[in-house]
Write a protein that binds this ligand. Sequence first.
Ligand SMILES: Cc1cc2nc3c(=O)[nH]c(=O)nc-3n(C[C@H](O)[C@H](O)[C@H](O)COP(=O)(O)O)c2cc1C
Length: 220
Amino acid sequence: MVKFGGKFAALTLSMNGSEGVLYTTEIRKMTTVYKKWGYRMKKLPLQKAFTFLEPGPVVLVTTADKDKLNVMTISWTMVLDFTPRFAFMTGSWNFSYKSLIKNRECVIAIPTVEYLKKTVQIGSISGAKIDKFKKFKLSPLEAASVKSPLIKECYANIECKIIDYIQKHNIFILEAIEAWVDDSNKAPRFFHAVGDGRFIVDGEKVNHRRIMMDKIPSGV
Ligand SMILES: Cc1cc2nc3c(=O)[nH]c(=O)nc-3n(C[C@H](O)[C@H](O)[C@H](O)COP(=O)(O)O)c2cc1C
């Protein structure tokens, strides 16, 4: 594991994972066909609109409540500006929630495509009565600054403090305080949830850093 801390650690992570990535174009099933502005547009059912916005990497979130370690899957995440601050959405229907509220910390672990199926399974079962680390053969590593464990099998791990919680929308605001990356994996590929049980895996990377240079903070 190589630590890559600093102000823009989180951004570095997300750029590693998705910079210029071309996602496989897929044909989505839409129902009604509209002819507008001279070309055909198909109507997308409103409840599916979010599937076009969803793709960010699917992550694992670990917590520790006293000695009880747990891990859940989260795809509803966002980055907040060029800071190492993030948000994710979860609620009291999940076992992890209690620990997040009580202990105000977690680790965001970024799995690679080799762990896609396992990540889905982790997100399909509650840790209330089982030890998901054991069940899914994940190795918890002691974190530097939080009690929640890192996951050895994940490419990157971000230790976070919860700095705010917007109860009305079940949104947790996190501040990364340490970040770790396993640089033995030279070509990590992450995956992204469409939201309907299908996933998009990182593909070709295209570098447009030169065009964006004055937008990218130094060190990123
Ligand atoms: C691909 C995938 C993405 C998920 N994303 C979220 C999410 O963003 N927020 C959430 O609350 N639950 C999400 N879930 C569901 C939780 O991971 C699931 O309810 C899990 O069992 C909670 O674990 P826990 O009860 O041990 O905390 C997702 C599940 C999967 C499979």
